[in-house]
Design a protein around this ligand. Sequence first.
Ligand SMILES: [Zn+2]
Length: 287
Amino acid sequence: MDQPIEEKRTQAVLEYPAIYKRVIEQWKLEGEDTFWLIYSANYLFRFGGVRWAVDPVILSSRIQADFPPHLEEDFEKVDFIVLTHRHSDHLDKKLLKEISDINIPWVVPEFMLDEVNKIIHLPDHRIIVPTPGKHLEISGIKILALEGSHWEKTGDLNAQGIALHGVPAYSYLFEAQNKRWFIPGDTRTYDPKQIPQLGHLDGLIAHVWLGRNGALKDPPPLLDKFCEYFLRFYSSKIVLTHLDEWGRTESDLWTNHHADVITQRIKQKSTSVTVISAFTGDQVSMQ
Ligand SMILES: [Zn+2]
């Protein structure tokens, strides 16, 4: 029988300090192009010797565990920070405040400026507000921000017959040395019409979400929609993340079980794509 969720959460909290320490140590070293999951859907990249973080969040900020790392020292080698949206599993205000004196640029979507300014006062020259659809470049990494699809069609309709629930979010394409990796970010509406034309991708980081309150349903409501949506991106690799996010209740908590179901379903639909599941502490090669 499966371990109860409370036990798994307690175990994750106990294991986290050692995982965090290992990830930070590896990230600081020189080595091949790689990214690590510092938490469920929170990334530390090292590519061509450049280091950046996308939505850096640590477990102890998300579920209030007692673990005080030395964040400023741990992030001393980071070259820039990228933020996608304001949900608390993506925006770690405590962490951001602690690393805010490191003299690096932050890529902050316009719709997050107020939120960020409330916690930290970064000098203007360190804030880069991306324009969706327009490339920018930092430390040799080309970055393209695009409108995300974090709006969810809900059952309650408005006068126009549509009801949307969600927040603004950006997706990001990172390109360097002919490698192209895309982070669509949290996606709530799997609408093929909203898929950007990005051409061939080396990797796509897909945040697992198969329908609100759907985690205990078999099959989860949006399983096919999720698989079909991400297969339309023409990526050699699909990396499934946003798994074991312990701030969630069980009916919204996506686990290795869901990742396995998705992997099987994608394999039925495509034989050419490689599917990988990645959890907190894992590292993924970008070669
Ligand atoms: Zn979100």
